[in-house]
Each structure stands twice: as structure tokens, then as C-alpha cells.
Design a protein around this ligand. Sequence first.
Ligand SMILES: Cc1ncc(C[n+]2csc(CCOP(=O)(O)OP(=O)(O)O)c2C)c(N)n1
Ligand SMILES: [Mg+2]
Length: 314
Amino acid sequence: MTPLQAYDLMVSIRLFEEAIERLFLEGHIAGTAHTCIGQEAVAVGVAAALQPHDAMTSTHRGHGHFIARGADPRRVMAELFGREAGYSRGRGGSQMMMDPALGFYGANGITGGSIPFAAGLALDAQLKKSGRVTACLFGDGASNQGVFHETLNLASLWKLPILFIVENNGYAMSTPTTRGLANPCIADRAHAYNMPGVTVDGNDFFAVREQVQKLVEAARSGAGPALIECLTYRISGHSRGDPRTYRSREEELSAQKQDPLLRMESHLTKHESLPIATLVAHQKQAQALIDEAIRFCETAPLPDPLDYLAEVLT
Ligand SMILES: Cc1ncc(C[n+]2csc(CCOP(=O)(O)OP(=O)(O)O)c2C)c(N)n1
Ligand SMILES: [Mg+2]
């Protein structure tokens, strides 16, 4: 993936999420959704370090992970609109979509729910000697769930080919990490389970990709799991309509100076000598695709009500 391709993906995710927030507020989408504005470098950095046959598991904040993994934004959006064209045929919504053909084993509405599930995928890869590594993404809040500790212990003991990648975005709903973590460094927890633990700048696409690439190849060659903590910031609210009373606007403005998109733009103009006009043209192209996706979803057919039990095991 070239830096410009990574930028295109990051911009697509940002514009997708901005559109989702707007569509929710306008009442076009029901239910809830958690957007990942500000966390795009983690999604794209991890995806860029994986091989096509590797696996990724995700969270309740998974649209960006899925798009970075190659999902068609039109079909992700169609799922949010409850349309038959969606990845779960419109029956799942934001937190219940997956596509094993893309190596994407699902968003997950249960905080920490993907962690043991990802270890199962890694055990399968180990038993079948498939050479597949699983990248298991979860949040700082999820790292306080008991299942995190149980899974890291077992994964290390069995040397499973899995990377535990925590998106430390500063908050679990309204609880800041300063009030949720006894030791603010989540990567430190790796040592208790005898695996490497590293902290990376999660707003820097290149830093994320480099660390994940190194540890993914180590896991592939039998070195076992690792814990990677990506430090980032959830620029969006927790979910639809979050008034963000638990943090100040000053804090948000200061965090936005580290916006991963701005960081990438600065890299592209300074180190890749790309003119601003090229970046603007790419932004416009991405916006046109999102606008087209919205138009598609507005008229795409809903599932047939008589078919609502299709694919439900009885
Ligand atoms: C088992 C469980 N407990 C509580 C919740 C409610 N809940 C939804 S998101 C969330 C916070 C998760 O925080 P974090 O893991 O840091 O992810 P982030 O929202 O920051 O991406 C909680 C507690 C849940 N979905 N599942
Ligand atoms: Mg969090």
C-alpha cells in the first residue's frame, strides 16, 4: 500500500463516518452507531501490515476497520440503512457485520467480545498450519475485561499466532483512562503474560504499520502473540448524540492537532512532494463515492419481511 493509497483509505473512512453521524441525526438510520473519527491511522496501519489471508476481528467501533480491510463502503452503509445489499443483508446493523472472504471476522457489540473469538481463529490457524495471523482489535475499556487476561494467558502459553491490538483512545464511554487504568500503560500488561508489549503513536500510519508488520511476521514464524498499544484519540463522541460533557472543548482542540489525517497530509506534502491540489482532488473523489453510496442506500430495497428468518439457525 503506497502512502497515497493509505491516505485515500483514511479519507474515505473519515468521510464515511462524518456522513453516518449526519444521517443518524437526520433520522435516516435507526439504532445506534459508534464512529472512529480520529482513529483512522490505526485501522489503515493495521490493515496495511496484514496479508490478504490474515484475519482481523473488530469492535463496536468497526466501520473503519472493515473499510480498511477492503469492505465496499456502499455495502457497509447499506447495512446501516437496513438494506438487503448490506453485509448482513440489512439484518445486523453497525455492530453486526462481517465478511470472512475479506478476512474480517466481525464487529462485536460486546466489549471485549472479540478477544477470545480471535484466539479461536488463531488456534484454528495453528492447528491447520495455515500461516494465518489474527489481528484482534479492541479498546482500552475492553482491556479491563477479565476475558482479556484469560485470553492473553492462554494465547501466550500456546504460542498462538495472534496480535492483540488495543486502540487506547483515552475513553471508555465517558470514563477517561486516568480513572479506568491502574497503570496507564496497557502495553505493560504484556510482561505478565510473557509476550512482547509495545506502545506506538496510533495517529501515525507509518508507526502503526511498522510495528504491526514486525510482530505479525514474528507471530507467523511461531514466536507467539504480542500486545500492541496504539495511542490515539476519539475525536467523535462515544455514539450518536453524545453531548461530551465529560471532557472540555479545549482538550478536544488540543487533541485535534494530532489528527492522523493532518499528520498524513503533512507527510505527503513534505516527504512525498505531493501538491496540496492533489490531496484536494483525492478528497473530492472520496466524497463523491460517499455521496453516491448515500444515494444508492436511499433507494436500495429493504429485506423482504417474509424472509426475516433467512440464515437464522432454528
Ligand atoms: C460486556 C459489555 N459491557 C458494557 C458494554 C457497554 N459499552 C459499550 S461501548 C463501551 C466502552 C468501550 O470502551 P473501549 O473498549 O475503550 O472502546 P471505545 O468505545 O473507546 O472504542 C461499553 C462499556 C458492552 N457493550 N458490553
Ligand atoms: Mg476507548
